[in-house]
Design a binder for this molecule. Structure first.
Ligand SMILES: Cc1ncc(C[n+]2csc(CCOP(=O)(O)OP(=O)(O)O)c2C)c(N)n1
Ligand SMILES: [Mg+2]
Length: 625
């Protein structure tokens, strides 16, 4: 008896296969690949383009992007909003279309968020050689520009023969749905192979469900973790993005309610606990709150949950100063659990937290410790209020006052997206995160340009939720392209565009490291050759309007309040453009260090002084062994 087969091209088979893949966790199913983004060129138009056309929207929804990197950002925003249970694919042409994916792929992989990349590739047969946009490596003839995607992908294959698609496609799904492995997955598709027909076994197209596992803790590791927590006097939980991916927010709250252990959060983990929970200390590390960083400095036990411990979290290894400090890391990835020489608890965040709560029954931190961190939280709340509140409603808002107005306008489930500039620090310190999906900071890659396309992906994933993409003027100029996509798809994403004429964040950093704000302001070239003339006459609001957005230009705090409310109520993509007051400092300073090495020798006094300060700070750096 022969196995039934279906004759399709490789591209047609891939689209059919992808449309039949599902994830399942806690009994709920999602489509693993819910749609495909694409920009066509000769590398994919006749292959995947034709296949998507033939499959139709019901089988595989298609989204048109404007920039390949931005398409990846949109897919990443989508996957993050859906806790990595559903993802999107991105098809590109060959050459520049493919290499434009690299930044997006790095972002996805670093943030552990799934995206399937399908770049076109050169002829497997070498029938046309070299073809348009082909890299001709003089020694390694099988190298293509797509090989730049290898180090930023969690799985990579090049489908040089039709039948190779079968194992590659299955492996791609395995990695995308794996909570440890997930990230960017690349299947490079030579353009001749895409169009080639093959008799595929019918079972390749059967519905397939990928269970997203929740591994339970090992009992010996659990016992050690419980013992460490029971004997700690000043424990602190560092909540990372793994809590959100696992939907472990309730489990975290249950542990905290039972034990009184306070929680400080990373950029990815903020919102794990509501801001008004008495044990929520807010952000930790370089951009953290005073209370988090004070508690962290004296903590004798750090319980990391779903965190990668980046330098922002550890204040470049200067934060955890108690000589007796120890670490317990609950993480689904052993790679992360082992960081800082921790006792490991390799498990899903939700199942691990639940197991800890049972193991810690009857245990609670001392009333003195609870009173100490609650008092710290109250005093930080006063800092937030001061930074958020404008004394005069008719004045031009500062950036933190803008955040205060936004705070008063958003609902619990609104999503606020940001990635780079001075906003991540202000948001991490000040934002009052409510619903668990509200605080959406991409800070693994901190990639300027993520915000607008990610807003589109989030809006696709949560059509009834108000989505706010917050961007600086520098970020806007780097990637405004997907505004057109939001307009085309009728997605009412709100853009808050903050004009401060350049890179305020890097300007400030530059000043602190002896760089004198070199090359960070958007100003005319002055007579002395430096960029210190008048601000440039660019009108970014007009630019957003020209791309199809509704635009509001509030000038004062009172106008801003009205504009944000109007944007939220509107069913059109709306840009709220604000020139902020940069002269009045309202952002609280950093509470902990960040290691940005300063010139060890320099002729300018600014760098010499900055190095002296650097040398004073660096002595606090510890290696936890
Ligand atoms: C793609 C990319 N290039 C460069 C950087 C380095 N960088 C971080 S913030 C920043 C400036 C951002 O300017 P803007 O969006 O205007 O925000 P502001 O600093 O003014 O708040 C730069 C260049 C980055 N994070 N991402
Ligand atoms: Mg700026």
């Amino acid at each position: 008896m022969s196995t039934p087969t279906r004759r399709l091209t490789v591209a047609q088979a891939l689209v059919q296969f992808l449309s039949a893949q599902y994830t399942e966790r806690d009994g709920v199913r999602h489509r693993l690949i819910a749609g495909t983004w694409g920009i066509f060129g000769h590398g994919n138009v006749a292959g995947l383009g034709q296949a998507l056309l033939e499959a139709g929207e019901d089988t595989m929804p298609f989204h048109q992007g404007r920039n390949e990197q931005a398409m990846v950002h949109a897919a990443v925003g989508y996957a993050r909003q859906l806790d990595r249970l559903s993802a999107q694919a991105v098809t590109t042409s060959i050459g520049p279309g493919a290499t434009n994916l690299v930044t997006g792929a790095a972002l996805a992989t670093i943030n552990r968020l799934p995206v399937l990349l399908l770049p076109g590739d050169y002829f497997a047969t070498r029938a046309a050689d070299p073809l348009l946009q082909q890299l001709e490596h003089p020694v390694e003839a099988d190298l293509s520009v797509n090989d730049t995607l290898r180090p930023v992908s969690r799985y990579f294959d090049r489908i040089s023969r039709p039948e190779a698609l079968i194992p590659a496609a299955l492996n791609a799904m395995r990695v995308l749905a794996d909570p440890v492995e997930t990230g960017a997955v690349t299947l490079a598709l030579p353009q001749d192979v895409q169009a080639e027909a093959y008799d595929w076994p019918e079972e390749f197209f059967a519905d397939r469900v990928w269970h997203v596992r929740r591994p339970a803790p090992d009992l010996a590791e659990l016992a050690e973790a419980v013992e460490a927590i029971r004997s700690a006097e000043r424990p602190l939980i560092v909540a990372g993005g793994g809590i959100h991916h696992s939907r472990a927010e309730e489990a975290l709250k249950a542990l905290v309610d039972a034990t009184g252990i306070p929680v400080a959060s990373t950029q990815a983990g903020k919102g794990s606990l509501r801001h008004d929970h008495p044990a929520d200390l807010g952000g930790i590390g370089h951009t953290g709150t005073a209370v988090s960083d004070d508690i962290a400095r004296a903590a004798d036990l750090i319980i990391g949950v779903g965190t990668r411990y980046t330098d922002f979290t550890t204040a470049s290894n200067t934060l955890f100063q108690n000589p007796a400090v120890r670490f317990v890391n609950l993480n689904i990835a052993a790679f992360d659990a082992h960081k800082l020489a921790a006792r490991t608890l390799v498990a899903d965040a939700k199942s691990g937290l639940e197991a800890l709560t049972s193991g810690l029954e009857g245990h609670r931190v001392t009333p003195a410790y609870e009173a100490e961190y609650r008092a710290g939280k109250e005093s930080w709340e006063r800092v937030v209020s001061a930074a958020f509140t404008a004394p005069d409603e008719n004045a031009v808002p500062t950036q933190t006052q803008l955040l205060g107005v936004l705070d008063s306008v958003v609902g619990d489930d609104d999503v606020v997206i940001n990635a780079a500039g001075s906003l991540p620090g202000d948001l991490h310190k000040l934002w009052r995160a409510r619903g668990p999906r509200q605080y959406h900071l991409e800070y693994g890659y901190s990639c300027m340009g993520y915000e607008i396309p990610a807003g589109i992906g989030v809006q696709q994933a949560a059509p009834d939720t108000a989505v706010w993409s917050l961007v600086g003027d520098g970020t806007y100029l780097m990637m405004p392209t997907e505004i057109v996509t939001a307009v085309q798809e009728g997605l009412p994403v709100n853009l808050v565009l903050i004009q401060n004429h350049g890179y305020a964040s890097i300007g400030g950093l530059s000043e602190s490291v002896g760089g004198e704000r070199f090359g960070t302001a958007y100003r005319y070239r002055a007579a002395d050759g430096t960029f210190s003339g008048a601000p440039l006459p660019v009108d970014l609001a007009a630019n957003a309007a020209s791309l199809g957005m509704d635009v509001l230009r509030p000038k004062t705090v009172a106008d801003l309040r009205e504009a944000l409310a109007a944007a939220r109520a509107s069913d059109r993509p709306t840009c709220v453009y604000v020139e902020t007051d940069t002269a009045t400092p309202t952002a609280p300073p950093a509470e902990a260090w960040w290691d940005v090495p300063v010139a060890e020798t320099a002729s300018r006094a600014s760098a010499v002084q900055a190095r002296e300060e650097y040398d004073r700070q660096v002595v606090d750096r510890r290696r936890h062994l």
